[in-house]
Write a protein that binds this ligand. Structure first.
Ligand code: FES
Length: 411
């Protein structure tokens, strides 16, 4: 039985409400299938508009086998390209980020315009047609200061994502922010373990002393029940919506993305040890009330986010191998906020730096135990792990749809 048929059969026969079988977390062939069906075919959050504020600014990213460069053009449009020269394939941009009037391949100096067109290739044959050798484009969309790309030839419709998340993001003006700090950690665990851990706070009280000072561990905040029965949350939504901040829980019909503005623990404004704001100069003038809590956005498979009154924190999940995942965290503040004046970097980053490291250890211990021949899928807590069940359900349905679609094309 080929791998696709085997995975399809296993997912269809999966025991509901239980974690996945071992190969989904450790097997290299299952991992390749995850990459092909999800990471190489759907929309991925990759970075922020404010990371390329001027024409010629670029950053690079590696998604599985694909090196990609994201660059702002002279027309201010942000574009993405396969970072592979059309001459003999060298990476055109080797550094993580930079700025350049043109994109020049370091190997033989083929020179590309910021829109990807080939401008100059020295000493080629007279009939060489430059127009046939532009950098290959990657689908690229920007919404609310967030850049999404899609590596597929034909990208899925992005408009439902845009329509849903833009109103929630707009008041925070992330497009006009700056990255005050970023960190990338490598977690030795499958990307789905990183997500499963993120989608519940069952583990928070015992593992996250810093985060638990301000983030409520109640499942109505982190889960997917919609929190309609929680009067604290519904009152929070009413107060924020009256101030022009979209807040109510929204989950996309396919379960891939969610927005909801949730209260922090009473009196807390931000993710600091004191609960007070970390940044004096708020992100946006459009937020006119205090205590707005955190706007939670997730979009599978690459991002979860916390948008607060004073700053925002974005997270990006990129698999490296079946058992390694890179998690990049960015702390965003107002573009004119000054370190040492408007914020103290240690105070701004402390809670999530600690929380990330605690989560890394949790995921690695989880992965360690799953490698045991004695591992078998275990039951989720319906009370505490509704978010994990929802993630695994989304993964299962997404994979089944894609695998069946592929098999239908072949038959
Ligand atoms: Fe890029 Fe030769 S490989 S110029």
């Amino acid at each position: 039985m080929d791998i696709s048929t085997n995975v399809l059969r296993q997912l269809k026969n999966r025991r509901q409400g239980f974690s996945l079988a071992q190969p989904f977390y450790v097997d290299q062939d299952y991992f390749k299938l995850d990459m092909e069906m999800i990471y190489y075919s759907d929309w991925l959050f990759i970075g922020h508009d404010c990371e390329v504020p001027r024409a010629g600014n670029y950053f690079t990213v590696q998604i599985g086998d694909y090196p990609v460069v994201i660059v702002r053009g002279r027309d201010q449009v942000i574009r993405a390209f396969h970072n592979s020269c059309r001459h003999r394939g060298s990476r055109v941009c080797a550094s993580e980020r930079g700025s350049s009037a043109k994109l020049v391949c370091p190997y033989h100096q083929w020179t590309y315009e910021l829109d990807g067109s080939l401008l100059f290739a020295r000493q080629m044959a007279e009939d060489f047609d430059k127009s046939q050798f532009s950098l290959k484009p990657v689908h690229c969309e920007s919404v609310g200061g967030y850049i999404f790309i899609c590596l597929a030839k034909n990208a899925p419709d992005f408009s439902p994502v845009r329509a849903s998340i833009e109103p929630y993001m707009a008041p925070h003006r992330i497009g006009e922010a700056k990255v005050a700090f970023q960190s990338t950690i490598i977690e030795k665990g499958n990307w789905k373990l990183v997500w499963e851990n993120n989608r519940e706070c069952y583990h928070c009280a015992a593992n996250h002393p810093e985060l638990c000072r301000t983030f409520p561990e109640t499942p109505t905040v982190s889960g997917v029940q919609g929190a309609i029965s929680d009067p604290v949350i519904t009152e929070h939504w009413q107060r924020c919506e009256a101030a022009g901040l979209p807040s109510e829980f929204r989950l996309s019909p396919d379960g891939q993305f969610r927005t909801a503005r949730m209260p922090l623990i009473e009196g807390a404004e931000s993710y600091t040890m004191s609960g007070q704001r970390a940044v004096k100069r708020p992100l946006s003038q459009d937020v006119t009330i205090n205590n707005i809590g955190t706007m939670l956005l997730f979009h599978y498979p690459t991002t979860w986010n916390h948008l607060l009154g004073d700053h925002a924190v974005s997270f990006r999940v990129l698999p490296i191998s079946a058992e390694e995942t890179a998690v990049t965290t960015k702390w965003l503040v107002h573009k004119d906020a000054v370190e040492g004046v408007d914020y103290d970097l240690e105070e701004l980053t402390h809670v999530w730096t600690e929380t990330n490291d605690q989560d890394r250890r949790i995921v690695e211990e989880n992965a360690f135990g799953i490698r045991s021949p004695a591992y078998e899928p275990g039951p989720y807590s319906e009370i505490q792990e509704g978010g994990v069940m929802q993630f695994v359900e989304w993964y299962t349905n997404f994979m089944i749809n894609r695998l069946q679609g592929d098999q239908a094309k072949l038959s």
